[in-house]
Design a protein. Structure first.
Length: 406
């Protein structure tokens, strides 16, 4: 078991670093494609990535010293199919008619290794059937390709890092790995009925996308910031090192100009378009930050191309930019000007107001102050019909609507 625990634990350590790198791109893609992020989809996809990494490490680890392998003369390939059967018959203590021999036989490497090769690709077949919805033939071909990749990795001496293969290329491994993938595909059809289906995950995303969360809005802002990044860099070059302190003020001003121009011409910014958001007027007496999601919500929601009125836009972004500029100015004064603390107190007061306003919005579902003043809020534009058209499973047993709010 120690031979297997080392690769698995190493894969866990490395996957933690990989997950940190890919979480933000993953969330970006989810918001762009679905309008929301499904926790269950994240669990499935990230666990699948970890499985592939762990399986690869089980094949190549532990790594020997390259200098030692150069003198090895052991065979590099075993090309006789079903050699493991004769090995079990010759070397194991297993007696088919004696069930008392079963458990001791399971501790012998001649039996453990074939079982391991089968179990190695069982999860691969499970994922292909459960989440990726692949057919039996496609699963068979992909499992053969995966196990062939493993075996060729061994045969190549880890792609030339080693002077010769340090593990055996075994045709039986190809057969047993392929069998494992097929068994996983067959088992998933019956054993995972208690898990949400791909269709249910997609429908849940439809429900979640109706609610505009702050993380989704933050991603829209990040995309918009990337749009103005090049002009900001050009302004920074023009200002020079002696005026670098003015760069934050220039960046904020460029962002406000971009927001106003993009809304005036296209009705929304690039960031809002990618994550399926736009702005609409707040209805009289409406204080909840979440748009109505009842049966009439789809008909009431404005078209994607409608442009919000310019004056409320100017008020909305004017308040935001004024707050940011004020914080930047106060921070500059606190750092550079000796005063009796009035700048620091004003800086803290504005920050406290922003934090309390965010808490009010995050935990009590209320609109933020600048939204209430401007009379504009963000709404979702990813319709259920749009979402389901992205999926391959529209015509499920529950019907296209699936009983969800439309």
């Amino acid at each position: 078991m120690n031979d297997y625990s080392y690769p698995i634990s190493t894969a866990a350590l490395h996957f933690a670093l990989i997950a940190l790198l890919f979480t933000i791109p993953f969330v970006f893609v989810q918001y762009i494609r679905y309008g929301s992020v499904s926790k269950w989809r994240a669990v499935v996809l990230f666990s699948f990535c970890y499985y592939l990494l762990a399986a690869f490490y089980l094949v190549i680890l532990p790594l020997p010293d390259p200098a030692q392998t150069s003198g090895w003369v052991s065979p590099t390939m075993q090309l006789m199919p079903f050699r493991f059967v004769s090995d079990i018959a010759a070397e194991s203590t297993l007696v088919i008619s004696d069930y008392h021999s079963y458990l001791p036989a399971l501790t012998q490497s001649v039996i453990v290794e074939p079982l391991f090769n089968i179990l190695l690709t069982v999860p691969f077949g499970v994922y292909l059937q459960y989440y990726f919805r692949r057919s039996f033939l496609v699963t068979l071909l992909l499992t053969v390709a995966l196990t062939l990749f493993f075996e060729l990795t061994q045969l190549s001496g880890l792609y030339g890092i080693y002077p010769r293969p340090y593990r055996l290329f075994d045709v039986d491994d190809l057969l047993l790995n392929t069998l494992g993938g097929v068994l996983g595909w067959l088992a998933a059809r019956r054993a995972l009925v208690f898990l949400p289906t791909r269709e249910q995950i997609d429908r849940k995303n439809v429900e979640k996308s109706a609610k505009v969360g702050y993380i989704r809005r933050l991603f829209a802002l990040l995309i918009d910031y990337l749009v103005v990044l090049l002009p900001t860099m050009l302004v920074g070059i023009a200002l020079g090192e002696e005026n670098v302190g003015l760069l934050p003020f220039a960046t904020t001003s460029l962002l406000m100009l971009y927001f106003l121009v993009a809304h005036a011409i296209f009705g929304r910014t690039v960031g809002k378009a990618l994550v399926h958001l736009r702005m609409e007027r707040i209805k009289t007496g409406e204080k909840d930050a979440v748009p109505t999601t009842g049966p009439t919500a789809r008909a009431e929601r404005p078209a994607k191309t409608m442009r919000p009125p310019f004056l409320p836009l100017l008020v909305r972004y004017g308040i935001l930019c004024a707050a940011v500029l004020m914080l930047q100015l106060l921070n500059h004064l606190v750092v550079t000007v000796e005063a009796n603390g009035i700048y620091a107190l004003a800086h803290m007061a504005i920050l406290l107001f922003v934090v309390l306003d965010l808490v009010r919005g995050l935990f009590f579902g209320k609109l933020l102050a600048y939204e209430l003043v401007s009379g504009l809020r963000n709404v979702n534009t990813k319709m259920p019909a749009d979402r389901l058209s992205d999926s391959q499973e529209v015509g499920s047993a529950d019907g296209p609507a699936g009983g969800l709010s439309r």
